[in-house]
Write a protein that binds this ligand. Structure first.
Ligand code: SF4
Length: 112
């Protein structure tokens, strides 16, 4: 009888553990899907600066309240958060072809 009770408790604990793990996993996936709906990273007004994340709605930027933001504007190449990438992309092909990517920057003597 003791063996039966121990087996029953063990299986009960196993089912509870697996059920709890499944619940936590499902909740985590739902939360991740919700966070990926935040549009700020693709918005023109997003500054990518922790001091002022958004110039229009700084208190709701990068939070769940920003989902469905009425001030959202698709990011263009002139956005503040896009300047580093765009300055590289806007270089003329002759400027970029002079840099040999296989040679480290210090060895070429080029200062960026
Ligand atoms: S305007 Fe809205 S969507 Fe754009 S960065 Fe600010 S809070 Fe986010």
């Amino acid at each position: 009888m003791t063996v039966f009770i121990c087996c029953f408790l063990t299986w009960t604990l196993m089912f509870l553990l697996l059920g709890s793990m499944g619940f936590v996993l499902r909740e985590g996936v739902q939360q991740l899907r919700r966070l990926h709906q935040i549009p700020c990273a693709d918005c023109e007004f997003f500054t990518n600066d922790y001091r002022l994340k958004c110039t229009v709605n700084p208190y709701v930027a990068c939070t769940e309240d920003a989902i469905g933001c009425s001030d959202f504007e698709p990011k263009t190449c002139f956005a503040n958060s896009c300047q580093q990438y765009c300055s590289r992309a806007r270089k003329l092909p002759t400027e970029t072809s002079q840099i040999n990517p296989s040679v480290p920057p210090l060895a070429t003597g080029i200062r960026i």
